[in-house]
Write a protein that binds this ligand. Structure first.
Ligand code: 0RA
Length: 645
């Protein structure tokens, strides 16, 4: 294979260009995959899986398998047609080699109608190759096994060749790769992360079988397979597990126009929150867009028109709003589009205007008919929206009272020790568990930029309460007033008075509980604050190590051991280690030194990266079922700092 045939001569010429392209990826990986942290590491898998899904969407692939191998390399196997192995007329190298070495080649060489490219993923398989220690591809077709291998960022070390025969009817592609440890902060894959997304992909691609297997420990050999004949209907059912639906059947409509496919599934539950998730080409559009707008608009219109026609809403009554008809609604919206336009800063919003009409048409004609044919279900759904409407009006009144009284009451200012600065970009607020820790925090703070809000009572569990009841809770009212943003319909992120909202609780069960209550409150009523990255958890130290005049605080057990191991033996034997019990135990200086001082502290940013996963955790912790909550708190009590939602 090393002789200089004409073909190879040409290959060598273009090889230089190709490697320059891949080298650019290695120089600035962030440009292509966002980050080189654990998220970027997992992104590589989705890049390869997306290609197999495209083959499935084109109608040629039924099974996809993802394996984490012993060495943390990944194998993705599909039973599609197999990537073409012929020489590509443009690049003069085989198509499979082109796909893995030429930037952005994937889309151009694909045979399917729906490329996932253009969104968050879709940078191309060559990017994975560029960021891998090695990558190999096996293509099964025409009774042959074709093999090619790359090393050290996409250098072809074994050119494409037939390495054996396979069963005559077998077709498909098997890709294995090992991420380059020099590029990523970590090279260890997380099974749960991969499994959650694999399950989601199975929900979104009805009838496609997806398997995930972890071969790092020998125990699990068969893996877990996700296959949903009901598609997004089963996704709604899954999200509503542990909630109480108010009607039995999951409502589902779909339609297609000009190669754009649209589908929606929904069911109402007795809760007060909505769980509406929309996707375009399997990518979560977390900021919605035209597909979501179309459905929401149609939902409000159809419900109002049915309620008026049937006398549930009288002439004098105000119409139900979008918020009213969303209460307790679980809904999945999925659109497959050959040419999606993603908008917004994080490209999380679908922009194609024709989709608004398609979504509206499909949903409104289907839902009108559903309400007509199912009067009992129509009644419970509309009653629920009317109750939400009443609660909304009650909340409005409660809010007006809050607004008038709060800033004037000494109670509020007695609690909050505000910072002197009125510049939100430098201001931060610590929400502190308990009065004694609150006292130390007030003494230890930098009063120019740091505000302290001690929480006395338990804050209300808002998972189980509507806004009007939440506003009845004094601790919650105080938080709202301090933030300055307002709440509900009048929420305004630009009025936030602090750049950082820092939850400071003890590393014990009570602390974990309070932290979760606060996260639930933020997630439900202040989601944009979380999304904009303003919420943090303080990390008070778990151990203090004293020797001589030195005092060292550490966050974790392994850190403590590492520190002690590095001390000379005579110092180590005399070092004192007293486990820190709680914030209240630290004096002002200590608290400042370990947890509050901008130079020394460690904060953990709270994100709502995956709303579906976050909701599942909140449901578990805060929902109606007591068992899972107790279990979670028991398991996590010792690792309270790991609650990262
Ligand atoms: C274009 C054309 C053909 C197959 C594929 C792309 C293909 C790509 C990938 C990527 C991962 N798995 C894949 N499976 C198939 C058809 C080639 C033919 O008909 O021989």
């Amino acid at each position: 294979m090393t002789d200089m045939t004409e073909e190879n001569a040409h290959y060598d010429a273009s090889d230089i260009q190709v490697l320059e392209g891949l080298e650019a990826v290695r120089k600035r990986p962030g440009m292509y995959i966002g980050t080189t942290d654990v998220k970027g590491l997992h992104h590589l898998v989705w890049e390869i899986v997306d290609n197999a899904i495209d083959e499935a969407l084109a109608g040629y692939c039924k099974n996809i398998e993802v394996v984490i191998n012993k060495d943390n390399s990944i194998t993705v196997k599909d039973d599609g047609r197999g990537i073409p192995v012929e020489i590509h007329p443009k690049t003069k190298i085989s198509t499979v080699e082109t796909v893995y070495t030429v930037l952005h080649a994937g889309g151009k060489f694909g045979g399917g109608g729906y490329k996932v490219s253009g969104g968050l993923h879709g940078v191309g398989a060559s990017v994975v190759n560029a960021l891998s220690k090695w990558l190999e591809v096996r293509v099964y077709k025409d009774s042959k096994i074709n093999y090619i291998r790359f090393e050290n960022g996409g250098h072809t070390v074994e050119p494409l060749s037939v390495i054996g025969d396979c069963e005559p009817n077998r077709t498909g592609t098997v890709v294995s790769f090992k991420p380059d440890a020099d590029i990523f902060d970590t090279d260890i894959y997380d099974f749960e992360t991969l499994k959650t997304r694999i399950r989601e992909l199975a929900f979104l691609n009805q009838g496609l079988s997806l398997t995930i297997r972890d071969d790092r420990n020998d125990e699990d050999t068969t893996g877990e397979t996700f296959l949903y004949e009901g598609g997004i209907r089963e996704y709604v059912k899954y999200i509503n597990q542990g909630k109480t639906p108010i009607h039995e059947n999951i409502i589902y409509f779909d339609g297609e126009e000009d190669s754009v496919m649209f589908e929606v599934a929904m069911q109402y539950n007795t809760g007060y929150n909505d769980n509406i998730y929309s996707f375009v080409n399997n990518i979560n559009t977390h900021d919605g867009g035209t597909h979501e707008d179309g459905v929401k608009r149609a939902l409000t219109r159809v419900i109002n028109s049915y309620a008026r026609k049937n006398g549930m809403l009288k002439e004098k009554d105000d119409s139900l709003t979008g918020d009213d008809v969303k209460e307790g609604l679980t809904m999945i919206i999925s659109c497959k589009h050959p040419n999606p336009q993603f908008e917004g800063q994080t490209k999380g919003r679908l922009g194609n205007s024709e989709v608004r009409k398609l979504a509206d048409d499909v949903f409104s004609s289907g839902f009108e008919r559903f309400l007509m044919e199912n009067p009992d279900e129509a009644r419970v759904i509309i009653n629920k929206a009317m109750l939400a409407c009443r609660a909304r009006n009650a909340a409005k009144k409660a809010r007006e009272i809050t607004r008038k009284s709060d800033l004037a009451t000494t109670n509020f200012f007695g609690k909050l020790a505000d910072c002197k600065s009125k510049d939100p970009s430098v201001s931060e607020i610590f929400i502190v568990e308990g009065d004694s820790a609150g006292g130390s925090a007030k003494l230890g703070r930098d009063s120019m930029t740091q505000a302290i809000l001690p929480l006395r009572g338990k804050i209300l569990n808002v998972e189980k309460a509507r806004l009007d009841r939440a506003l009845g809770n004094e601790e919650i009212r105080t938080i709202i007033t301090a933030f300055g943003t307002g709440i509900g319909e009048e929420f305004d992120l630009s009025k936030l008075r602090y750049d950082k909202i820092i939850i400071m609780t003890d590393a014990d069960v009570d602390g974990a509980h309070i932290r979760v209550l606060l996260l639930t409150l933020f997630y439900r009523f202040f989601k944009p604050i979380v999304q904009a990255g303003h919420v943090y958890a303080a990390q008070p130290p778990l151990f203090r190590i004293s020797h001589g005049k030195t005092r060292k605080y550490v966050l974790t057990e392994p850190e403590k051991d590492a520190y002690l191991n590095n001390l000379p033996e005579n110092v180590r034997s005399r070092a004192e280690i007293v486990r820190m019990k709680g914030l209240g135990e630290m004096d002002a200086d200590e608290l400042n030194d370990t947890t509050m001082d901008i130079e020394k502290r460690v904060l953990k940013k709270i994100t709502v990266d995956d709303c579906v996963a976050a909701d599942a955790i909140f449901e578990k912790l805060m929902g109606d079922e007591v068992g899972p909550r107790r279990e979670f708190i028991e398991v996590n009590a010792g690792y309270a700092q790991n609650i990262d939602v």
